[in-house]
Design a binder for this molecule. Structure first.
Ligand code: UDP
Length: 236
């Protein structure tokens, strides 16, 4: 196996499936199956989940809400998603822990780096909810930060697109996919991988990122085995 400890970032939006809002149980089941395939191989799996299917802080202003208040609402949305994913993973027969960046003691543990690492070493899939626990950040930033804290080998950004392209492949038919690209090239070409805070955190800590299509069954397992899937972003 190429990677021993991975941080998988899943967007909240992906959990909607074909719905306009909320959770699609089929998507949860599908993702749980994909995660199980790698966990069964002894790979340590941590997951950061977004909240965009329920609430995004950025939408707060349009709804007449205060931004900080809205961001906390977004963080709570990620906990709802984390609980749903935890349930799906346990139904698939995996052991799990949900850890949160804000205190929600009745439903999950607070995030403590050493404890998270211990859970991973014991073979539990660890889900990180509530982002980093501070407003004005995204769950992409949480993915980068938590990955660095737990010393993950790589951040795997699961999306519905199979990598990083020269332009948006859903809008431009001539868009070309990169199989490898450096952090510097992503900056210089103005490509969209993650928000800049999240991206820079990875760059400054030499943490590679792979952007890949999470909706193709088997992709996650292929990546941990070292097969070329999606786009790998590295220092050079
Ligand atoms: N959020 C936050 N701090 C964090 C992580 C998330 O304030 O550390 C809030 C923010 O409002 C964000 C929302 O939670 O819009 C949901 O997360 P995100 O938009 O990253 O989810 P995704 O787009 O991946 O579904």
């Amino acid at each position: 196996m190429k990677y021993k400890r991975i941080l998988l970032k899943l967007s909240g939006e992906a959990l909607m499936g074909d719905k306009q809002f909320g959770l699609d149980p089929q998507m949860l089941e599908r993702y749980a199956k994909e995660i199980k395939k790698v966990a069964e191989q002894g790979i340590q799996v941590a997951v950061v989940i977004g909240g965009g299917n329920i609430f995004r802080g950025g939408d707060a202003l349009a709804n007449g809400l205060d931004r900080v208040q809205g961001d906390y609402m977004g963080m709570l949305a990620t906990i709802i998603n984390g609980m749903a994913l935890q349930n799906a993973l346990e139904k698939a027969g995996l052991y799990t822990r949900l850890m949160s960046g804000i205190k929600v003691e009745q439903v999950c543990e607070p995030f403590i780096t050493r404890r998270a690492v211990r859970h991973l070493e014991k073979g539990r899939v660890v889900i990180f909810g509530a982002g980093i626990g501070s407003p004005y950040f995204t769950t992409d930033s949480a993915a980068s930060l938590r990955a660095i804290e737990i010393k993950a080998d790589v951040v795997l950004k699961g999306t519905r697109v199979d990598g990083v392209y020269t332009a948006d492949p859903e809008k431009d038919a001539n868009a070309q996919r990169f199989s490898n690209i450096s952090f510097e090239e992503v900056y210089s070409k103005g490509l969209n991988v993650m928000d800049m805070t999240a991206f820079t955190l990875c760059k400054e800590n030499g943490l590679p990122i792979i952007v890949f299509d999470m909706n193709t069954p088997g992709n996650l397992l292929k990546i941990v085995k070292g097969e070329e899937v999606g786009t790998l972003i590295t220092m050079n």
